[in-house]
Design a protein around this ligand. Sequence first.
Ligand code: GLU
Length: 369
Amino acid sequence: MTVSKPVVVVKLGSSSVTEEGGAVNRAVIASICGQVAALVAEGRRVVVVSSGAIAAGWATLNVDRPAPSDPAVLQAVSAVGQPRIVGVWIDELAVHGLTAGQVLLAPLDFVHRRQYLHARRTLDHLLDLGVVPVINENDAVADEEIRFGDNDRLAALVAHLVGAERLVLLTDTAGLLTADPKEVAGASLIEEVVEIDHQLELRARGPGSPVGSGGMASKLAAAKIATWSGVETVIAEASRPGVLASSLAGTPGVGTVFRARPRVVPARKLWIAFALTSAGTVVVDDGARRALVEGGRSLLAAGVVEVRGTFEPDDAVEVQDADGRVVAKGLVRWPSGRAAEWVGRRSDQLPDGLAREVIHRDDMVVLGD
Ligand code: GLU
């Protein structure tokens, strides 16, 4: 049996691959390509996730940017920038004798199993052919309602898809800091995170850079997806010399390292848990909470005490316990109106045509241990 070479996923945001006015930052891409070539020479395979389509598109069009921009306009603008960004990756990888291949993915590619398997097969073949896949979200045509918007989560889902050993999220800060350095003098780098808890998530909330749409909260969300997939993740500064080698070697101070969790969650559940926005909340009693968390069971109407928000079947909803803790997230089978009407009822009291489960176990992921 041949053991395939370890894969590293490297993500660069718009603020790294474009300059302030949006022109493609060839120097940064050239530096990363040199480092990618060194990893390939060591026997690794590398997948690049590169943003910058929208920023480069605006710079190319050279028109006044409306603020706030209509998402449909941004999608159109991305079509102008995407080939320019990829063109630079193609050129700079070629300097090192490497071939780039563009892959554009949308969130639904991670939801529908057939699409997911297609995407995985394509990426596996590209890597087998020695190609460096350069991935972005399919901004131009992705359904505007459910776009990722930033590439952090996309990169994490890709890391899971290709079974990466490491995800490196490159950005314009040294990593995750104890506070916003613009507000707190002496904010310091958090070098290691073993478990991404609620406190850390609160601390990371804040806007991203003016061009990218990610920010630390979205990097943390990505790190969570990756580490829940068993992929160790590093957030580090794109311009740090030798950042990729240091990230893989775990050089102290390289950035923030997030340790992988031993228990791995399947991709579809990762998507439900971390990529979909919740349309509402169902509050459950303690018996139901234990059935979900300890028994891995479906959520039945009998255990629901309250329904909040407006949702339709297949929307994502959070499941909270009576103390307001989120214990699970899942795709609901009932519209909120029916749920509000029938909460607390035993299954044999439900009308015909209504699913027995409010959330089926196959569509639910239990959060926390
Ligand atoms: N896919 C978007 C782009 O390439 C990502 C924008 C961003 O978050 O940087 O422009």
